[in-house]
Design a protein around this ligand. Structure first.
Ligand SMILES: *Cc1c(COP(=O)(O)O)cnc(C)c1O
Length: 389
């Protein structure tokens, strides 16, 4: 058997052995990228692919976005840059948002990754390395404009502009900052942050500016700067509640292990936190919190089958959860049947709301036990001679 056939056979086997199927639509990903590009034009659009492209697989996501024209990619941790580097096309730039932890400078330089320098200490360390290597090193510089998370204060930016000696040997490719409330367009915090960024970037004329995350792209041209930097909207998350939703990228179906009918008064799951009020038909599904379904969905969330809501009964277990399938015909869900957790009837945002969290957390926790199926992989480069739109 050749390698391709062996892998295909293995993939088919995985889909039977896994408790659920996670379908990732790379065509929808590319569509979302193009929509963000249209919205932020003429500013080009980078892609934030930290946390393994929000759980979807950076090695699969990066080539698709590159094919769509993306040349700037952001991860958060240096270790992510190390892992992503083999999949990064040669003409793409890779930024590390969290910058440099002591001892990581040489590795970052050897990788050719661009650190986002967040403090004077990080600047000094990068400058020292440039001197030691006898060549200039590229970096982005972050200013904290109102989030108190990462970056130099405005005062530090002023000091640095007045005396740029710490930047010796450093070529600044970007000045950047991050919005704290971009998904709440009406808040005054947004223009306030923008004003600080303008003042700070004005101290370094000629250096391109990057500000907008997904929400920022929809805040208008003032926020686009020279390079937008969305993450979640690429992956189908909502960036601005007033805008039409992005194309859904993720679909999650999990399998039924077993069904049973129990009488009224039956306690369901750990702690017996649900007690049936009437005769109830229960299906046990093969996914739990170890697969990234938050425990907070217990007695709150639901699965769907053919558009019918199947409420979650009791607590979510590590490897399974129970749903009420009394609304379905008794033979509707034989063992192995799939029900929808994320899809046409329950959006990513809806399950996140039921779990009292945000789409980002649902995505980045999607488990490793699902069978992962990538749709439209033909848009990837390097796999075959032919491409489809
Ligand atoms: C995560 C992150 C982004 C992307 O944010 P989204 O809200 O997912 O678009 C952009 N910039 C920085 C600094 C980030 O940490």
């Amino acid at each position: 058997m050749n390698e391709a056939v062996r892998l295909e056979t293995r993939a088919a086997a995985d889909s039977r052995s896994a408790g659920g199927v996670l379908t990732i639509d790379l065509g929808a990903l590319a569509q979302n990228y193009r929509r963000l590009c249209a919205r932020s034009a003429p500013a080009p659009v980078a892609a934030v692919v930290k946390a393994d492209a929000y759980g979807l697989g950076a090695a699969r996501v990066v080539p698709v976005l590159h094919e769509a024209g993306c040349r700037d990619f952001f991860v958060a941790h240096l270790v992510e840059a190390v892992r992503l580097k083999p999949y990064l096309p040669a003409d793409a730039r890779l930024y590390v948002l969290n910058g440099l932890l002591p001892g990581g400078e040489r590795l970052c330089a050897d990788l050719g990754a661009i650190p986002v320098l967040n403090s004077l200490d990080q600047i000094r360390a990068w400058s020292r390395l440039a001197a030691a290597l006898g060549k200039p090193l590229v970096a982005a510089l972050q200013v904290d404009t109102g989030m108190a998370r990462l970056g130099l204060s405005f005062d530090e930016m002023e000091l640095l502009a007045a005396d740029p000696a710490p930047l010796a040997g450093i070529t600044l490719r970007l000045i950047m900052s991050h919005l704290a409330c971009a998904d709440e367009p009406e808040l005054e915090a947004n223009p306030r942050q923008l004003a600080v960024l303008h003042a700070a970037s004005g101290l370094f004329p000629g250096v391109p500016v990057s500000f907008a995350n997904s929400g920022g792209v929809f805040l208008g041209a003032d926020y686009h700067g020279d390079l937008a930097r969305p993450g979640v909207a690429l992956y189908g998350g909502t960036a601005n509640p007033a805008e039409p939703p992005m194309q859904p990228v993720v679909r999650l179906d999990v399998r039924v292990i077993q069904t049973r009918t129990v009488p009224a008064g039956t306690a369901v799951g750990y702690g017996g936190t649900h007690v049936t009020e009437r005769e109830t038909r229960i299906a046990t599904l093969s996914a739990g919190y170890a697969d990234g379904l938050p425990r907070s969905l217990g007695n709150r969330g639901a699965a769907y089958w053919g558009g019918i809501r199947l409420p979650i009964l009791g607590r979510v277990s590590m490897d399974s959860l129970m749903v009420d399938v009394s609304a379905l015909a008794p033979d509707a869900l034989p063992p192995g049947a799939r029900v929808e957790l994320i899809g046409a009837h329950q959006t990513l945002e809806a399950i996140a709301a039921d779990a009292d969290t945000i789409s980002y957390e649902i995505l980045t926790r999607l488990g490793q036990r699902y069978h992962r199926q990538y749709k439209n992989p033909e848009t990837r480069i390097g796999t075959s001679g032919q491409r489809q739109a």
